[in-house]
Design a protein around this ligand. Structure first.
Ligand code: SAM
Ligand code: SF4
Length: 479
């Protein structure tokens, strides 16, 4: 996944003129999307405005992902293109600064600067608050490689974006509450690239949610590599987990929907399940990766739970919130995976029934225990297993979407839709919903009946011409 989201008008914060342009290309997970916004927030007071056009940028930053080999290799191909662009610029007497951020930067550091001399600065996920200083050093001609690890310091010093910049990013927002991971699944680089688990304090999170709400954000998705491991001292002096934090955020004026991702099955505690039962604002959609349905492979992956633990957990969650939909991540072809192990994964998927899921071929990552394991699975076997699994998951997703026809629920409208007069919003289960609706509904929840289901979207109609709070939005009530 790449995301080239742009925002405009980022000068408000520093009051300076936007004389320079920065282009940020984001690879990978939602946390990188969040971090890219933090980079542009940090650069705004230095006079950098975001641009959607790399050719007009003075600074290009690639915010990279190291989770699978393909994701990391994409960065080097992009750097090849940037080398040509930089040479062209230099022949015209203009300059271009190139930065590599994110997990590839953290994992490979100096190696990037060596392999791709086009790069002026390399900086890991814990250095974004220091970006102005790093850019200054690179402008003075230094090759900057900064991969220090201090997550707490980063959280304390993140730049506060202007209200205008937040508004330009839309009515939904990510909010990082936790970073890093202590689980050490044997396939995964995250504990090495993002470091040990660190939870942000309640006061910082509540303050950021308040600022987002004031700028018009209505839906907040709490982020963390292992988000349900979040913990902290609550405002009542007691130890809080994610469940308690969600109850607190539900009180922030203006926030109408809450979500969180990504969770580990071992960290779904009673308070979090209670939040799904008691908090209507917490959307009934849960990303709860299991990776494999085989107990043998779960153990080899160091996931620290069994398939039966997962089934029991899902039973408890469904008992608390019967309309909850599940999503997951799966890896096929982990070392030692046999046909029987893979059959267990297929059987688990059949039994759980997913609304959506991501599935991947195992990619050995340097430095992780999985990469050194014997019995690596052949590429052709991985491909065949992935195809079979994806067919099943897609069938389940289609069935889940089809079950929406005729249903009525609230949609949070986000932006203009595909056609004139249409808006697109999200269902509680994250599906895009296209509806004929007036523009003033952007940022509002309104009740919609689903009349049709497409491949990637639902189609609905407003059923009463009012937003959920009862204000008339001036539409004719469809017959
Ligand atoms: N913390 C989450 C969890 O516990 O499931 C996952 C975070 S990871 C950034 C996202 C997904 O990438 C994982 O759930 C896994 O399915 C996939 N992934 C991670 N390492 C991988 C690897 N070496 N090969 C293939 N897929 C991988
Ligand atoms: Fe990676 Fe998630 Fe396992 Fe942590 S819990 S090591 S982030 S897969």
């Amino acid at each position: 996944m790449t995301d080239n989201r742009q925002a405009t008008g980022a000068t408000e914060q520093g009051g300076g003129e936007n004389t320079r342009r920065v282009y940020v290309k984001t690879y990978g997970c939602q946390m990188n999307v969040y971090d890219s916004d933090r980079m542009s927030d940090a650069l705004a007071p230095e006079g950098y405005a975001l641009t959607e056009a790399p050719e007009e940028a003075d600074l290009i930053i690639l915010n990279t992902c190291h989770i699978r080999e393909k994701a990391a290799e994409k960065v080097y191909s992009e750097l090849g293109r940037l080398r040509v662009m930089k040479q062209q610029r230099e022949s015209e007497g203009r300059s271009l600064m190139v930065g590599v951020a994110g997990c590839v930067a953290q994992a490979e550091g100096e190696e990037i600067a060596r392999r791709a001399p086009v790069v002026d600065l390399v900086f890991g996920p814990q250095s974004y608050h220091r970006l102005p200083e790093l850019v200054q050093r690179a402008s003075a001609g230094a090759k900057v490689v900064e991969t220090e690890f201090d997550v707490e310091e980063k959280f304390e010093h993140l730049a506060t974006p202007s209200q205008k910049a937040v508004r330009a990013r839309g009515v939904t927002a990510f909010l990082t509450v936790q970073e890093g991971c202590d689980k050490f699944c044997t396939f995964c680089v995250v504990p090495y690239t993002r470091g040990a688990e660190v939870s942000r304090p309640v006061s910082q999170i509540v303050a950021e949610a308040g600022r987002l709400a004031q700028a018009g954000v209505r839906e907040v998705t709490l982020l963390g590599q292992n988000v349900n491991a979040w913990h902290g001292t609550g405002e009542n002096g007691r130890e809080w987990g994610l469940g308690e934090l969600l109850f607190r955020l539900a009180k922030v004026d203006g926030i109408e929907r809450l979500r969180y991702t990504t969770s580990h099955p071992r960290d779904m505690d009673d308070a979090l399940i209670a939040a799904h039962r008691d908090l209507d604002m917490l959307m009934p959609y849960l990303h709860l990766p299991v990776q494999t349905g085989s107990d043998r492979i779960l153990k080899a992956m160091n996931r620290r739970h069994t398939r039966d633990d997962y089934f029991r957990l899902i039973e408890r969650i469904r008992a608390a919130r019967p309309d909850i939909a599940l999503s997951g991540d799966f890896i096929v072809g982990f070392p030692g995976e046999t046909d029987e192990d893979f059959a267990d994964t297929m059987e688990l998927v059949e039994r759980v029934g997913y609304a959506s899921a991501f599935s991947f071929k195992y990619s050995p990552r340097p430095g992780t225990p999985g990469a050194a394991m014997e019995a690596q699975v052949e590429e052709a076997v991985k491909s065949a297993r992935l195809a079979a699994l994806q067919e099943l998951l897609q069938k389940q997703q289609r069935a889940f979407n089809a079950s929406m026809t005729g249903r009525t629920f609230d949609v949070l409208f986000e932006k203009p839709g595909r056609h004139a007069g249409q808006l697109v919003g999200r269902s509680p289960w994250l599906q895009p919903v296209q509806v004929d609706a007036p523009e003033e509904l952007i940022g509002k929840l309104a009740t919609v009946e689903i009349v049709d289901v497409g491949t990637n979207s639902l189609f609905g109609r407003l059923i009463n011409g009012q937003d959920r709070k009862g204000s008339n939005v001036g539409v004719a009530i469809p017959a």
